[in-house]
Ligand binder design. Structure first.
Ligand SMILES: *[C@@H]1O[C@H](CO)[C@@H](O)[C@H](O)[C@H]1NC(C)=O
Length: 505
């Protein structure tokens, strides 16, 4: 065999090897606004040592990455190798948050021809016209919640007739909402198959199908959707959710006439298009039921802040307080920080329960500590608030502090074996049982009320009701009693049927 021929064979052999190993094709694009056009059309055959396709997705604003300004996606795709891509992915890991109000960047690698088309699809892009509502599973739930301001979810079960009636309507509504052309990161309509995704259903306390829940800024709204179930009603509902809740004032004089029985958040700003306003708008959208939000721009609020330095203040309800406006001192570009501050100001730690808000309060899911008082007795309310503020503020994650008009809520008193003549008194409603705080006047003894709560958490209250406070001398002495059943759980949304008070059916 001649040397020349051998070289020839060798060359052919090598070529074949090269072709087999590395004729990978990837999509190639740079900083495109969405996953279309170039990003799904321009294809490159990679070099022989490149074995993966790389994708980078950035979320942020141009030209500078600054918080608060309008954000968009920047998508880049290219050929890469395993080492380079893994390093890249590692580097982006801490920045890859998918949180819509922050800038983020994520990197990903995939093997297979043009696979960087699909990578993007499973992460955060979907074709809204294609499928109606987005199928939500454990693997994309947190990303979808974090990367959208509003997420409206239909929790369904396939065996449920009402779920099946709703499904096409909800999907059509999703198409309608997609057509409305909201900016990316604003709104997504999703659906969860609760039989397949038991963990999600449990996490959001889904007990009936279909349940419609709104999530804003990643958190479930307090109330589930109970409006009409039509394409128009859903589309209108979404539109309303995205409407700016901040009322603009034209002069400082208007601020003198703000409603005195409401709490207010007021922004003194330069322009509506400044980033601080966008952050305030998102906070306002979450807390618009708790406070009224106002903002003035330019001349209207010029006197109240140095140019270029917006100011946000809280004005409490003037009817019950003479406190002056309180200024926010945190960062106005930090959503979490501002949200926490506004929430603290706007949601009082002690609230009054009424028949109107009872359902909403039960939906918050925390047991109630309730002061029942005579409507004419405001003294005990003041005292109760003072004690809770001073001693029990740290407990507000675990319990809902409430006051109730003992005449209107006479029924629960009877459950406790009490009547209007026994007011004021304090009780816990755990949604299973009610427990009476033994002696109202003990409230003022430091630590007593706190101990009562501890005894609820530890199960002591429940045990004592069944077996008494003393250790039994012998088994024969055990006197089993049952604490009165919860009365407030009956005010919660029905688990088996819909309340027909509203027009949801
Ligand atoms: C991967 O790609 C990078 C950048 O192009 C290059 O520097 C590196 O040598 C490549 N590594 C391998 C193993 O081919």
């Amino acid at each position: 065999m001649s040397r020349v021929r051998m070289l020839g064979i060798l060359t052919i052999f090598l070529c074949a090897l090269v072709l087999q190993v590395s004729c990978l094709e990837c999509y190639v694009c740079e900083n495109q606004e969405d996953n279309s056009e170039k990003c799904v059309k321009s294809i490159k055959t990679c070099d022989f040592n490149q074995d993966v396709c790389l994708t980078e997705i950035k979320w942020g604003s141009t030209p500078y990455w600054s918080q608060g300004t309008k954000k968009q996606y920047y998508i880049s795709k290219r050929c890469s190798n395993k080492t380079e891509c893994a390093t890249n992915r590692q580097r982006y890991m801490p920045l890859c948050t998918y949180i819509w109000y922050q800038d983020w960047v994520c990197g990903d690698c995939c093997q297979g021809d043009r696979c960087n088309y699909y990578i993007i699809i499973c992460h955060s892009f979907y074709n809204p016209i294609d499928s109606g509502a987005v199928q939500i599973t454990q693997s994309n739930l947190d990303m979808v919640l974090a990367s959208n301001e509003i997420v409206f979810i239909n929790f369904y079960a396939e065996w449920c007739k009402f779920s099946n009636i709703l499904m096409p309507i909800f999907d059509d509504a999703a198409v309608e909402v997609a057509k409305a052309g909201y900016d990316p990161g604003k709104v997504v309509m999703g659906k969860v198959d609760c039989d397949q995704e038991g963990a999600i259903a449990t996490r959001f306390h889904i007990t009936k199908y279909p349940t419609l829940k709104l999530f804003r800024n990643g958190f479930p709204a307090k109330k589930e959707y109970r409006g009409q179930r039509s394409v128009e009603a859903f589309a209108e509902f979404i539109k309303k959710q995205l409407t700016d809740p901040i009322v603009q004032f034209g002069s400082l004089k208007e601020l003198h006439d703000l409603s005195e029985d409401k709490r207010h958040i007021i922004g003194y700003m330069d322009r509506r298009d400044q980033p601080e306003y966008e952050v305030l708008r998102k906070v306002a959208a979450s807390l618009k039921d708790e406070c009224l939000f106002h903002a003035g721009f330019g001349d209207a609020s010029q006197q109240m802040h140095p140019p270029g330095q917006p100011i946000i203040v809280f004005r409490t309800d003037k009817r019950t307080s003479i406190e002056p406006d309180e200024t926010y001192h945190g960062s106005m570009l930090n959503f979490d920080e501002l949200y926490t501050w506004v929430q603290q100001k706007c949601i009082p730690i002690v609230r009054e329960i009424t028949f109107e808000n009872a359902e909403e309060l039960t939906e918050e899911g925390l047991p109630f500590l309730i002061l029942f008082h005579h409507p004419s007795d405001t003294e005990s309310v003041k005292k109760y608030k003072e004690i809770i503020m001073n001693e029990l503020e740290s407990e507000k994650q675990n319990i809902n502090f409430l006051t109730a008009d003992g005449v209107r809520f006479e029924h629960p008193l009877h459950h406790l074996g009490k009547s209007v003549s026994d007011l004021p008194l304090i009780a816990i409603d755990s949604f299973r049982h009610m427990y009476l705080f033994p002696k109202y006047s003990d409230m003022e003894k430091p630590g007593k009320l706190k101990q009562f709560l501890q005894d609820l958490y530890s199960g002591k209250l429940h045990r004592e009701f069944h077996y008494g406070t003393e250790a039994p001398a012998s088994d024969n002495d055990i006197k089993v009693t049952t604490p009165p059943e919860s009365t407030f759980k009956k005010l919660a949304p029905s688990k088996n049927r819909y309340t027909l008070l509203r027009d949801e059916l």
